[in-house]
Design a protein around this ligand. Structure first.
Ligand code: TYM
Length: 333
């Protein structure tokens, strides 16, 4: 049986928010007991849209601290920033030459991000999914824990792996299995239940950051958009109520239960009662992470050393794999 290896990444384009935590980070922490894991701050992905250099550096360190504070074990597993391991760029280029334009044109995330203004976006944003495939396949990772929004990119990763194997007549790359959480795979904005919660949303009121203190969390949940109806009896009745559904999903995910079960408790009640309960579970989960993050951020040398050590170990895994790929495609070695 091939070795089972987990790879996942997060863009240091802001502070991780509750959606990142429930859709990804929380599962990364759990998977550490089952798999050998690599977790990557994908700074090369972040610059596909403009990043202020100082802020990018700052967010990369903050994210490192948040991941450690959330329970990522950088000793047993590997935590590093993407640009420090050249294998990603090397393999990313080769995948640019494998992926067909037609495949990229189908990527919904690119279409959603660029809208009608497509011509003004970077070519890096367009080929972003190729680099994402390279991130994973440079380690021959087999399992990739992500939120729902990344599913299509993982299907593309499998298409790229298959086409590479086919074109060169090898069985080199494995197929990857997406690991998508059953609840909270897509947390929505607190201001608009039809939009994904995102760390790059201009409105900080739309999300809860993992570094928000209790008062900020309280205020954001109090201001979160809802409707005037009480909570219903059945989950189906939430279909047309995206904001209500989102808050119930967050509560269910944080208390490790189902939407059904949450409604059994809160059916018929208005949002003021429910929001108070929700605020409490969010604060209980996030404030210890926020406090530990703050403590870790006081020791930048430690954070930099952690990333440097992670990059060294990541490089030792990826370099031989990508060198082998370069041999397969015919580069002189
Ligand atoms: P990014 O930085 O947008 O998000 C990091 C992880 O958080 C999940 N996520 C969410 N889950 C639920 N609800 C939300 N509102 C929400 N917002 C974000 C994402 O699905 C993701 O798992 N392209 C990736 C980063 C990446 C990557 C990779 C991931 C680069 N290379 C290789 C896996 C494997 C991204 O932009 O994630």
């Amino acid at each position: 049986m091939p070795m089972q290896r987990v790879f996942s990444g997060i863009q240091p384009s802001g502070v991780p928010q509750l959606g990142n935590y429930l859709g990804a980070i929380r599962h990364w922490v759990q998977l550490q007991s089952e798999y050998m894991c690599l977790f990557c701050l994908v700074d090369m992905h972040a610059i596909t849209v403009w990043q202020n250099p100082e802020e990018l550096r700052h967010h990369t360190l903050t994210q490192t601290a948040v991941l450690l504070a959330s329970g990522i074990d950088a000793q047993k597993h590997i935590l590093f920033n993407q640009s420090a391991v050249y294998a990603h760029a090397r393999l990313g280029w080769i995948f640019n030459c494998i992926t067909r334009l037609g495949w990229l044109n189908r990527m919904t995330q690119f279409k959603d991000k660029t809208g009608k203004d497509r011509e003004n976006y970077s070519s890096g944003l367009y080929v972003y999914p190729n680099l994402m495939a390279a991130d994973i396949l440079a380690y021959k990772a087999t399992h990739v824990p992500v939120g729902e929004d990344q599913k299509q990119h993982l299907e593309l990763t499998n298409d790229i792996a298959q086409k590479f194997n086919h074109d060169y007549g090898v069985t080199f790359f494995p197929q990857v299995t997406p690991l998508i959480p059953p609840t909270a795979a897509r947390i929505m904005s607190l201001r608009d239940g039809t939009k994904k919660m995102s760390k790059s949303d201009p409105s900080s009121q739309s999300r809860i950051d993992l570094t928000d203190d209790a008062d900020t969390i309280r205020l954001k949940i109090r201001r979160a958009k809802t409707d005037t109806e009480p909570l219903p009896t059945h989950p189906d009745e939430l279909t047309e109520r995206p904001e209500a559904k989102n808050l119930v999903s967050i509560y269910a995910a944080l208390t490790n239960t189902t939407i059904n079960h949450v409604l059994e408790t809160y059916q018929g009640q208005g949002f003021s009662t429910f929001k108070t309960a929700l605020t409490e579970v969010v604060i209980n989960t996030l404030t210890p992470i926020g406090q530990e993050t703050e403590r870790l951020l006081n020791d930048k040398t430690y954070l930099l050393e952690t990333l440097r050590n992670g990059a060294e170990r990541a490089n030792a895994l990826a370099d031989p794999i990508v060198s082998e790929v370069e041999k397969i495609v015919g580069f002189l070695s």
